[in-house]
Design a protein around this ligand. Structure first.
Ligand code: 5AD
Length: 342
């Protein structure tokens, strides 16, 4: 079955289900070998870096899984000024980052005008860098303004392509329809788009995961971000079980074979639950790492889930360590912007 997936890039739902649920460890190993091979065909041993700037832990949404949901009264709220963001980008640039990801909760403080000013300034200072936004759902008009100001990419995980599951994970005022509409709007506007979902979210079934893969086949995003669900103590899902590294890796391998040229990050969530998660991710087809380059006090407050890693190899100052870690596994950190292979 893995050969078939490798050769054709697709499987039937029933085949996907048996591949996802197989308890044979040999399956994971073989999948990793093939995923690594396909990643090498399109990207070699290169690993692209993204400097993640967590600009705000304020959020108007109340997603049941997320530590910065509005209903979490104990969350520490904090936002970065334009000057602080530019300073973080400055530090990041000097460290060699050529992509900056500005990510935050849905925070009305960041009006289109303010974001446009920041984007224009970053693009002026560093014309060789890509600017990625991850600011949640906004209107077409807003996405257009940000794109016209120079934003290149947008990350917006669809979270679940199954309407029923989507509803269980989100408050009533949020809809899958709008999420999907946002993603298609972004694509139409010429952004390089990232979508994705959490692995092992509460109530998630294998069928739900297959629906996610089918949705991704339709959307054809340039990046696919998946990581294990990790409970956060200040949310309604505090006592739910988290997703596993094994299932996350299994899916990363499958995604690499279904989407040979996609940008696939070894996520912080995976590194948080698994000692060697980042490297295992690379060995299973991943080719992107997103270290945190926010100032330390901001990082501490941007707590999406319990024990979220924000230091060591996850952070700007750990870059040398990260380089060593990546190199000792036989990969290397690229100094490019890291656009998707065409
Ligand atoms: N566990 C894992 N991932 C989470 N995210 C939010 N909360 C959690 C959690 N508890 C993910 C969401 C979001 C991304 C920024 O972080 O998928 O899109």
């Amino acid at each position: 079955m893995i050969e078939k997936l490798y050769n054709t890039g697709d499987l039937s739902d029933a085949e996907l289900k048996s591949l996802i649920t197989s308890e044979d460890d040999g399956v994971s190993e073989k999948l990793a070998l093939y995923a690594d091979k396909v990643r090498n065909q399109h990207y070699g041993k290169k690993v692209f870096l993204r400097g993640l700037i967590e600009i705000s832990s304020y959020c108007k949404n109340d997603c049941l899984y997320c530590g910065i949901r509005r209903g979490n009264k104990n969350a520490q709220r904090c936002r970065m000024s334009a000057e602080q963001i530019l300073e973080a980008a400055d530090i990041g640039y000097k460290l060699g980052f050529r992509t900056f990801v500005m990510q935050g909760g849905e925070d009305a403080y960041y009006t289109d005008d303010l974001m446009c000013d920041i984007i224009v300034e970053i693009k002026n200072r560093y014309p060789d860098c890509a600017v990625t936004l991850s600011l949640g759902e906004r209107t077409y008009k807003s996405y257009k303004k940000l794109r016209d100001a120079g934003a290149d990419r947008y990350l917006l995980r669809h979270e679940s392509a199954d309407c029923q599951l989507y509803k269980k994970l989100h408050p009533a005022e949020m809809t899958l329809d709008n999420r999907v509409k946002c993603l298609y709007n972004l694509r139409e506007l010429g952004y390089q788009v990232g979508a994705g979902f959490m692995v092992g979210a509460p109530f998630q079934t294998v069928e739900n995961i297959i629906a996610d893969l089918r949705f991704l086949q339709e959307l054809r995003p340039q990046m696919i971000g998946i990581g294990p669900f990790i409970p956060h103590h200040g949310t309604p899902f505090a006592n739910e079980k988290g997703g596993t590294a094994e299932l996350t890796l299994r899916l990363l391998g499958i995604i690499r074979l279904m989407f040979p040229k996609v940008l696939l990050p070894a996520t912080t969530a995976l590194a948080t639950i698994s000692e060697n998660g980042r490297i295992k991710g690379l060995q299973t087809g991943c080719n992107v790492i997103m270290p945190n380059i926010s100032p330390k006090d901001m990082r501490d407050k941007y707590e999406l889930y319990n024990n979220k890693l924000s230091s060591g190899s996850e952070a700007a100052e750990g870059l040398e360590n990260l380089k060593k870690e990546v190199e000792s596994a036989g990969y290397f950190i690229s100094d490019e912007r890291g656009d998707a292979a065409v």
